[in-house]
Ligand binder design. Structure first.
Ligand SMILES: [Cu+2]
Length: 504
């Protein structure tokens, strides 16, 4: 009895650690262009599947009358047959703020298609949305006990009603109950209880089977086993602990020019960071010749995107001796800063007055963060960084780094959050291009630039500013690694942030 109560009291709830497409940062923040309209989008995916995704849109362009949203698989036959779109609502008096909800019915690689209409005509934009169930947890004991009590009441009540009906339904009011009727009543009650118990046992069996198949769908991140081999070769062996049967270890597609983006951060100091690009050498195996690196324990965050557009961040750690390896080349980048523990907490408490943080780079350049006031968890924010040369002027030779004005990694100091994002937003750029094939005509650079506010046309006069839409998932201390390029040099700025609990 107790076991079925326990079992029947299972519910599927979420855990707070989420690990696909970034680590611990499942919400999607995006800035994009739907035809003539500039949109700032926040999509909070459901934490259970099926579940409801919450969607907020702020139109930076006035004159929008209507926005509809449609959930569509990113690839496959179903992607060609979208369901009927839902209209977004204006929940406040603000005519430029829209909100809506969508059911996501299966785990996998989705997109939300935004169709915007208004005074300047119509426009479309699709934002990729990886969806995965994250955990199951037991129901609270008190709620379980209450439901069990109510269930017992229903069973006994049902038996009582049937017993009384069999015994007395055909008698005149007030007349005595014959012994035969009493007997029949008892038999009916016994049969009822037996049938109901059988139904409950069957329900228990069904529920367990369902819970087991659900738990197989719960997201399990790919695993990574890094080893250091001769000649400073770093080998990354990936393993699939089992999740969706369609997940593969050799279906990765290039995301901003590389199959894998590997951040190596010395841990827990967070004072040294490398952004490198291992090459595949076999199914689920990547390899990289390490550049010169200081000794230490390194945390590895490897971003990959599957052919379905589903992105994953694979996490690993490796202790390394001092490496005297090759010089940095191609898209490699490195950065260093003071220990994260030495970050000045008072200064970090980004109150009014402290609205700018300057990071001095080793070559005399500087990167400046315009702090947007007090930082709170879950609040969408534009993180703007500017690069200046040694004379304090915008560099004349600003360049795109892997097709974009900047790359940023937001990393929580306790290791629970890692998000590698771009000026267009938090989604994987490869998935974004799959969702918006019209913008991929000449590669990622144009697509991301098309979706960047204030972008000037022509590559001769790139701005010295990169702006990233993002929201910290949880309160706490974070380190932000920002990379921008001028000439052939990639600069890595390092910034610290303390994030407050949102006021409810
Ligand atoms: Cu990047």
């Amino acid at each position: 009895m107790k076991r079925w109560i326990q079992t029947i009291c299972w519910v599927i709830v979420v855990s707070s650690t989420v690990a696909y497409a970034h680590v611990g940062s499942p919400d999607v923040y995006a800035d994009g262009q739907a035809g003539p309209y500039q949109l700032s989008i926040v999509v909070r995916p459901p934490l259970v599947i099926p579940g409801v995704a919450e969607i907020d849109v702020r139109t930076e362009t006035a004159g929008v009358d209507r926005i509809t949203i449609t959930p569509i698989p990113l690839v496959g036959e179903a992607s060609k047959h979208p369901p009927v779109p839902d209209a977004m609502q204006r929940p406040s008096k603000d005519p430029q703020f829209f909100s809506g909800q969508l059911w996501i019915m299966a785990p996998g690689s989705w997109q939300i298609r935004f169709a915007v209409s208004g005074s300047q005509g119509a426009g479309f934009l699709s934002i990729p949305l990886p969806a995965a169930a994250l955990a199951t947890r037991k129901m609270k004991p008190a709620l379980g006990a209450l439901l069990a009590l109510l269930g017992a009441f229903l069973v006994l009540g049902m038996a009582g009603i049937i017993g009384a009906a069999t015994r007395e339904a055909k008698l005149r009011p007030g007349s005595a109950i014959p012994a035969a009727n009493r007997r029949r009543g008892f038999v009916a009650m016994a049969v009822t209880v037996t049938i109901l118990l059988a139904v409950i046992l069957l329900g228990d069996w069904w529920w367990k089977a369902d819970a087991a198949s659900y738990s197989e769908n719960i997201y399990k991140p790919l695993q990574m086993h890094p080893t250091l081999e001769s000649d400073n070769r770093l080998r990354l062996k990936l393993a699939d602990p089992g999740w969706l049967p369609q997940r593969e270890l050799d279906d990765f597609i290039p995301d901003h020019y590389h199959l894998m983006h590997l951040y190596m951060i010395r841990w827990p100091q967070m004072d040294v960071v490398f952004h490198l690009h291992p090459e595949p050498v076999g199914t689920g195996e990547f390899q990289l010749s390490l550049p010169s690196m200081p000794a230490g324990n390194y945390r590895l965050y490897a971003d990959v995107v599957h052919a379905s557009g589903f992105p994953e961040t694979i996490v690993g750690t490796i202790p390394l001796p001092t490496i005297s390896g090759r010089p940095l080349a191609g898209d490699d980048a490195e950065g260093s800063a003071k220990l994260v523990t030495e970050a000045n907490q008072a200064e970090l408490a980004t109150e009014e007055g402290h609205n700018e943080e300057k990071f001095l780079l080793p070559d005399g350049y500087a990167m400046v963060w315009k702090i947007p006031g007090t930082l709170t968890a879950k609040a969408p924010e534009d993180f703007r960084f500017e690069l200046f040369d040694a004379r304090g002027k915008p560099p004349a030779d600003m360049a795109l780094y892997m097709g974009m004005l900047g790359h940023a990694a937001f990393v929580k100091t306790d290791g629970t959050v890692f998000a590698h994002i771009h000026p267009g937003g938090t989604m994987a750029m490869a998935a974004f291009l799959m969702a918006n094939p019209q913008s991929s005509s000449d590669g990622i650079g144009s697509a991301s630039m098309q979706n960047m506010p204030g972008m000037v046309s022509g590559t001769s006069s790139l701005p010295n500013t990169a702006s990233f839409p993002y929201g910290f998932p949880t309160p706490g201390q974070y380190r932000i690694f920002v990379q921008m390029k001028h000439g052939s040099r990639v600069e890595t700025g390092v910034f610290d942030a303390v994030v407050r609990t949102p006021r409810s």
